[in-house]
Design a protein around this ligand. Structure first.
Ligand code: TRH
Length: 371
């Protein structure tokens, strides 16, 4: 439970989220909703597909009401919140915008804000675009102004989602007990979590781990990672039966975890493979070496985004080269893991990030501003 909030506003937030694919959109919206509610805000999270919440947040959160959002939603009699958050350009249903505009008109003047929450990037456009207004020209919201809110890694952006009690929870965390709960008999081996899409160099990683000096247990997350690993292992066992003859590499296939337990996984492991957006931030907070598989975009826009992040991290050459290969950028082969060096970079970046206000604090302030 979050406890310390430096801002209090008493607003009613309507947060809109469309699930495109994967879990990042809902994952970020859920953490935001929970964080706002923990600061005493009232939150309605509107989501078109709430299935992921049943495992991601099985207990819900006090102060967050989840509402199903259909394209033909009726807004009759609905008292809209005074803050609208359109997550990742998801386009709020016109009926709801009309209800919001009506409320604004009835109450006279700027009672709140319409915020367009953007994706996370370390690229410089995040600073340039953060906070910019965008007048609405057409539709039921014509005459209103949306504002862009860019999460980010610098003081000139909206920051990152980080709960105030995170460090305290980490300090109390017992990884052996947590592994035991999952039925994993930990015997001091190196622990590596794997949350990924279909990395082209997965096989190279497995080969590397299987011949390494240190035994490694791969904790494979449920879903796409589990499918690709299981397929790879089956093929490898057929084509090269002795590939893991010393049993240096062992596998634990995980059940789907709550978001809370997903954090525990990252705190438990000595190296984390993460993907997308939310798990990247959580990997940074875990303060362990990590490798990021970025969400691939057709126009290769992800390459610049990855570079900007590695630059921000001041990543050593070995970490950069590993990321290039893991993300299939260029034809490089997967270099060796160099965890002590990567750890230094992550710890340094983490401490720099802790100097910035977290995203919930910043978005609450932003919502109060008269611009
Ligand atoms: O699922 P993702 O690949 O999401 C992606 C990215 O966010 C991408 O930027 C976006 O454009 C695309 O979706 C649509 O990775 P991400 O962002 O790390 O989100 C995963 C969420 O799932 C995160 O909140 C952690 C959570 N999770 C669990 O709660 N339990 C689990 O067992 C696992 C594996 C994940």
């Amino acid at each position: 439970m979050w406890t310390i909030c430096s801002v209090k506003t008493g607003n009613l937030w309507d947060i809109f989220c469309k699930v495109i694919d994967n879990y990042g959109d809902i994952g970020v919206c859920w953490r935001l909703s929970k964080g706002l509610a923990a600061c005493g805000e009232r939150v309605r999270l509107w989501v078109d597909d709430d299935r992921a919440l049943s495992w991601m947040a099985p207990k819900g959160a006090p102060g967050v009401e989840v509402r199903h959002w259909t394209p033909s939603i009726q807004a009759d009699g609905l008292a809209m919140g005074n803050i609208l958050v359109e997550a990742f350009g998801c386009e709020i249903a016109p009926e709801l915008i009309a209800a919001y505009a009506q409320r604004k008109k009835a109450e006279g003047h700027p009672i709140g804000k319409w915020i367009n929450l953007e994706y996370l990037s370390a690229e410089s456009f995040a600073e340039r675009s953060h906070g910019l207004p965008s007048p609405v020209m057409t539709g039921p919201g014509a005459g209103l102004i949306k504002h862009f809110f860019y999460p980010g890694f610098t003081a000139a952006t909206g920051g990152l989602l980080r709960e105030p009690d995170l460090a305290q929870r980490q300090a109390w965390f017992d990884r052996v007990a947590w592994l035991q709960q999952l039925g994993i008999k930990f015997q001091g081996e190196r622990l590596v979590s794997l949350f990924c899409y279909e990395p082209p160099t997965l096989g190279e990683l497995m080969d590397q781990l299987a011949v390494g000096a240190q035994p490694t247990r791969l904790l494979v997350t449920s879903g796409r990672a589990a499918v690709i690993v299981a397929n790879w292992v089956e093929k490898k066992n057929n084509s090269q039966p002795g590939w893991n003859r010393h049993g240096k590499l062992s596998f634990s296939y995980l059940p789907i975890l709550s978001q809370h337990d997903f954090d525990h996984l990252l705190w438990t492991c000595d190296l984390n493979f993460v993907r997308g957006e939310d798990s990247l931030v959580r990997a940074l907070w875990a303060n362990k070496p990590f490798v990021w598989q970025i969400y691939p975009q057709h126009d290769d826009a992800h390459c610049g985004k990855l570079d900007a992040f590695l630059e921000l991290l001041d990543a050593p050459p070995s970490m950069r080269a590993f990321h290039q290969a893991w993300n299939g950028i260029g034809n490089a082969i997967l270099p060796s893991l160099a965890l002590p060096q990567w750890q230094q970079a992550v710890t340094k970046a983490l401490y720099l990030q802790l100097q910035h206000d977290d995203l919930v604090t910043q978005i609450m302030r932003f919502a109060q501003k008269n611009h």
